[in-house]
Design a protein around this ligand. Structure first.
Ligand SMILES: [Zn+2]
Length: 443
């Protein structure tokens, strides 16, 4: 509980509001001051005397908000709000030109009526919100007219730091951040360079990302990750988002040395699971009287039915059931590499089929020689089985030389920003706290 709170407070220290201020934190003492300044600035924004929404000054109206109920039509809502039928018909006809509101009127969607501040409270405008971002205004006041518009979208840059205790998803959850961030880190950014099934206790990370808000207040989730730093086994992994093709809008993540973080192969054929047995040519097994029985695959234990992903693009060369392998799939990726996935409960691809990296090719099972549900992942290089974790695997698409200079320039300030985010001291090992900590005796 204490730990969580401390971390959340830490979060607030590090919130950077792009539109308001970009701050680099150079030392811990400055953070209190900065936080105070930020709070003051936010307070100014959040307490306007005049409230504007949908382009109206709401203070001038009686504002009635509701959502469309089951079986409720546009006409019915207007009728309930003191608009008579000839006018309703006219309104419906007029609005067809811009947005056929009667047709797209949907249960559960919010609407707002702005009514005159007089004894009649007659409606002067009707606002319908088909999506969170979009709204339709029907103005009744003078001439009837309708138009559609969008709420202003704001991206707020934030940063977090975290120390992995059990899993990345739990750590991010403890920080109070959306699981979308976990997926972005595990599937999008580091899926090729870090095996999230093998995180070590004490692995830690910093992330600079943007949250998306509509109209300043409605949170719609993590938009994207600008940069990240992941310390795995004491080894740093930087990731910077960079657009390599502005025409096609191609974005990739690269290291501080401009190396593409994507590799031709994923680190693991299953998203979350654990390695139960590694590639080991000198493995001795009790069952075989401790004789050497080499294990030329990597076993990933996971519940039966867990999707198995192709670790790279390629063509399926085998999809069958045979002996100890059980049900398995083999894929040829190019002249050099092949991968094979054993003990499936069900195969999902046919021989000759082209698969893309990440495609589900089957499901974890226990067919063939196996003591428990797992996928035995076999990696072939030039016809020989090797340990993929010891191979230097090819980069997906290296950055071009001309772009590299631009990239290195681009990431300079971002890396500086990232390097100046500090890990919070772990509250459980408060060694150098200025104020003495009185430890409560445990009862
Ligand atoms: Zn195996």
């Amino acid at each position: 509980m204490d730990k969580k709170r401390t971390r959340r407070l830490g979060n607030k220290y590090l919130i950077i509001i792009v539109l308001l201020a970009i701050n680099f934190y150079s030392c811990k003492n400055n953070q209190n001051k900065t936080e105070q300044e930020l709070k003051e600035k936010i307070a100014k924004v959040e307490e306007p005397k005049e409230v504007f929404e949908f382009g109206f000054k709401l203070n001038d109206y009686i504002v009635k908000r509701d959502t469309v109920k089951a079986g409720e039509s546009f006409g019915k809502v207007l009728e309930q709000n003191k608009i008579g039928y000839p006018k309703i018909f006219y309104i419906a006809e007029e609005t067809k030109k811009t947005y056929d509101i009667a047709r797209y009127f949907q249960k559960g969607k919010p609407y707002t009526l702005l009514c005159a501040k007089d004894s009649l409270e007659s409606p002067e405008a009707f606002i319908y919100q088909p999506t969170k971002e979009e709204y339709i205004v029907i103005n009744f006041k003078d001439s009837i007219h309708a138009y559609r518009s969008r709420k202003p979208i704001k991206y707020v840059e934030k940063s977090i730091t975290g120390i992995v205790t059990s899993s990345i998803s739990e750590t991010i959850d403890e920080l109070g951040v959306s699981p979308v961030l976990t997926n972005k880190l595990a599937d999008e950014i580091y899926a090729w360079t870090i095996d999230f099934n093998r995180l070590q206790k004490g692995d830690r990370f910093k992330v600079i990302y943007t949250d998306k808000y509509i109209d300043d207040t409605i949170y719609t989730g993590v938009h994207d990750v600008k940069a990240a730093y992941f310390e795995h086994n004491n080894e740093p992994f930087y990731a910077f988002r960079f657009q390599t093709d502005s025409v096609k809008g191609i974005v990739d993540y690269f290291s501080e040395e401009a190396k593409n973080l994507r590799r031709a192969f994923l680190k693991s054929p299953i998203q979350f699971g654990r390695i139960s047995s590694r590639y080991n040519l000198k493995r001795r097994i009790a069952y075989y009287g401790y004789k050497v029985r080499p294990h030329k695959g990597t076993d990933f234990a996971a519940p039966i039915g867990t999707p198995i992903r192709a670790t790279a693009n390629g063509t399926v060369t085998e999809s069958t059931r045979r002996g100890g392998n059980g049900k398995y799939v083999k894929i040829r990726h190019n002249a050099t590499y092949e991968t094979q996935y054993l003990h499936m409960s069900r195969r999902n691809v046919k021989v000759g089929q082209f698969v893309k990296q990440g495609d589900v090719i089957g499901y974890v099972g226990m067919t063939g020689n196996t003591g428990g549900p797992h996928v035995c992942y076999r990696f072939w290089k030039n016809g020989r089985q090797v340990d993929p974790f010891r191979e230097k695997l090819p980069e997906a698409k290296p950055i071009s030389d001309s772009l590299k200079v631009k990239y290195l320039d681009f990431i300079k300030p971002i890396k500086y920003q990232l390097d100046n985010i500090f890990f919070e001291p772990d509250p459980t090992d408060n060694i150098e706290l200025e104020t003495p900590v009185i430890k409560q005796a445990e009862s």
